[in-house]
Each structure stands twice: as C-alpha cells, then as structure tokens.
Design a protein around this ligand. Structure first.
Ligand SMILES: N[C@@H](CCC(=O)N[C@@H](CS)C(=O)NCC(=O)O)C(=O)O
Length: 317
C-alpha cells in the first residue's frame, strides 16, 4: 500500500504555484493531507524549509520522498496514481500540452509580476505594460490553439482536464481578477476554470484565511463583495446595484454594469452558475483585524435579483 500523500502549500489567497498541483489532485479526487503555510511572514522561509528542500511551495511529501516544483508534482501524481489523461493521448496534442505547461512553468514573468495572484481580488481592470500585454496575448493564443485543434472532447484545453489546465488555472483566475478583456472560447475557458468545483473550494478557503501580508490595493477593494440587481426587462434600462456597500444601492447604466461585472460569463451560463458567479464570497468566520474590515453582506439577500433577467442583460444575444 502506498504511503499517504501530504501537500505543502502556501497561503491560498496568494500562492498560485500551490494551486496548480492542488487542483490537479483535487480534480482527480486523490486523497491527500494539506499543510498550509502562511507566506510573507518572518518565519515563512524557515517553516517551508522544514518540508521543502527548495525553500518554496508547493512540495509533495510521501513517506521519505519529497517532490518539489509544481510540474514535477503533477507528473509524479499522474505516474504513480495512473492518471493517463494527465496528458492528451495523441502525440501531437501531447507535445503541445507539454510545451505549453513548460512555457507556463518557465515564463510569463511580466504577467506574473504585473498582475500578482490575489484570489480575493474583486474583478477590476488594471493597466499593464507592454511586457504583460504581450504575455497575455501569448497565453490567449496558446489557449486558442489548444482548444481549436485538440479541445473537441470536453471544455478543457485538450478536451479532458489535464496538467496543462492545472498549470494555467492561476492565469485564468488572474484574467478574471484583473478583468482582462476576453472573447469567445478564451472567455468560456476562464469561466470554466472559475466554476470548477475545486477552484471554488480553493477560493472559499482563501476567503477564510487570516490575512497575513500587506494588501497592495485599498483594503476595501480587496474585501468588498460585488453584487448587482437588475429590475427592468428593457436592455437600455438602468441597473440597480451596489459595489462595496450593500446599503448604498445606486443606479448605473447597463454599459457600466457590464463593464464592472465579474468576467467572463459565457453565452450558455446556467442560472445556478451565474448565481454562483455573482454570489458574495463568504467572509472569514473570525474577526479580521484592521485595516482589513469585513464587509458584511447579509443585506445582499434582500436585493431582488432576477437572475434570468440579469442574464439577458449581460450576455450577448
Ligand atoms: N517553480 C516553482 C515556484 C514555486 C514558488 O515560487 N513558490 C512561492 C509561492 S507561490 C514560494 O514558495 N515563495 C516562497 C516564499 O514566499 O517565502 C514551482 O513550480 O513550484
């Protein structure tokens, strides 16, 4: 019998590299124990080094074995747990998937630096420099190529969920968090990543974490929840909504509302999926010390959200 797996992770709100193998294992319902270590603390490095020889997370432990590096962890899991669809079966697709995963593992430094992973960020656009813009364009081109050439068997890059999807999942979450303009298949792909039950689980766990490190943007923006209420059937009608404060419902134009909505929302989003996308993420159960006030959102339930109508507002006909 194999010894149990333990996965050493960083804070879920911050550690994009940890998300990759975690998601791969969770997608395949592989049982493992989590050891979550807060990042950005004075003792973070020492605590990580107790488990991970590289001084970085993630690191997979199995008895005396330590596997660090996100890609190597996914590979090890695929081989030892016989997960053959970790890579597509067709050699050409397999080569492309491996090249994409390796390019992700080694590259996109501007994108990662300019759009840092923040699982709790309210979707808000951010201006990027040429380097990050080029990285975004490259990622989208890769996704488009994989989906159009090899994605017929399912909603993931190569049809079935594989290592390439796990490697790009944090990028998809960044595109969502920074409201990167997306179209067609890329928009749907980001949506599918966002709606993956394990990704939702990760985001919930991130929301429940004790905030540890300085927040780069305004605290209100970080913790604020987002909701919209639509109360008119006409597409040019004003939309009632709140952004930060549920007690302050304002009217905005439809264009403004569309611009601010969490993205992406594909044309075939069902009611339940849309509901999940718009639902406020649960606030931490325990009190959060200043300067990170929790925005209480109980009032949100009192807003008469007609999701079917709302959907017709935010989706193209
Ligand atoms: N190439 C590594 C990157 C791992 C990495 O950079 N992890 C970050 C967290 S996302 C880390 O451990 N940083 C150490 C620290 O913040 O103390 C991998 O693929 O696993």
């Amino acid at each position: 019998m194999q010894q149990k797996l333990r996965l050493v992770l960083g804070s879920k709100s911050r550690s994009s590299w940890s998300l990759r193998p975690w998601l791969f294992l969770r997608h395949h319902e592989v049982p493992f124990e989590e050891i979550v270590l807060p990042l950005g603390q004075p003792d973070s490095r020492a605590r990580i080094l107790e488990h991970s020889p590289s001084g970085k997370v993630p690191c997979l432990l199995q008895g005396p074995l330590k596997v660090w590096e996100s890609l190597a962890i996914c590979e090890y899991a695929a081989e030892t747990l016989a997960l053959p669809l970790a890579w597509p079966l067709d050699p050409a697709a397999r080569a492309l998937a491996r090249a994409m995963a390796a390019e992700m593992h080694a590259g996109f430094a501007d994108l990662r630096r300019e759009l840092p992973f923040d699982a709790l960020r309210k979707p808000t656009p951010k201006a990027t420099g040429d380097g990050a813009a080029a990285d975004i364009a490259r990622v989208l081109a890769l996704w488009r190529e994989a989906r159009s050439r090899h994605g017929q068997g399912g909603p993931w890059l190569f049809g079935r969920f594989g290592i390439a999807d796990a490697m790009f999942a944090p990028v998809a979450l960044r595109f969502h968090a920074y409201a990167v303009a997306l179209e067609g298949p890329e928009r749907e792909y980001v949506y599918n990543v966002l709606m993956h039950p394990a990704v939702q689980e990760w985001l919930d766990a991130a929301a429940a974490e004790q905030p540890q490190d300085p927040v780069p943007e305004s605290p209100a923006e970080r913790t604020a929840e987002f909701a919209v209420a639509a109360d008119a059937a006409e597409p040019d009608a004003a939309v009632r909504r709140y952004v930060d404060d549920p007690s302050e419902i304002q009217e905005s134009s439809l264009a403004e509302t569309q611009r601010d909505l969490p993205r992406p929302v594909p044309a075939d989003a069902g009611k339940a999926a849309l509901e999940a996308l718009l639902a406020p993420r649960a606030a931490p159960a325990r009190p959060v010390p200043a300067p990170l006030p929790v925005i209480e959102n109980q009032d949100a339930e009192q807003i008469p959200v007609d999701l079917v109508k709302l959907r017709s507002f935010i989706l193209p006909p």
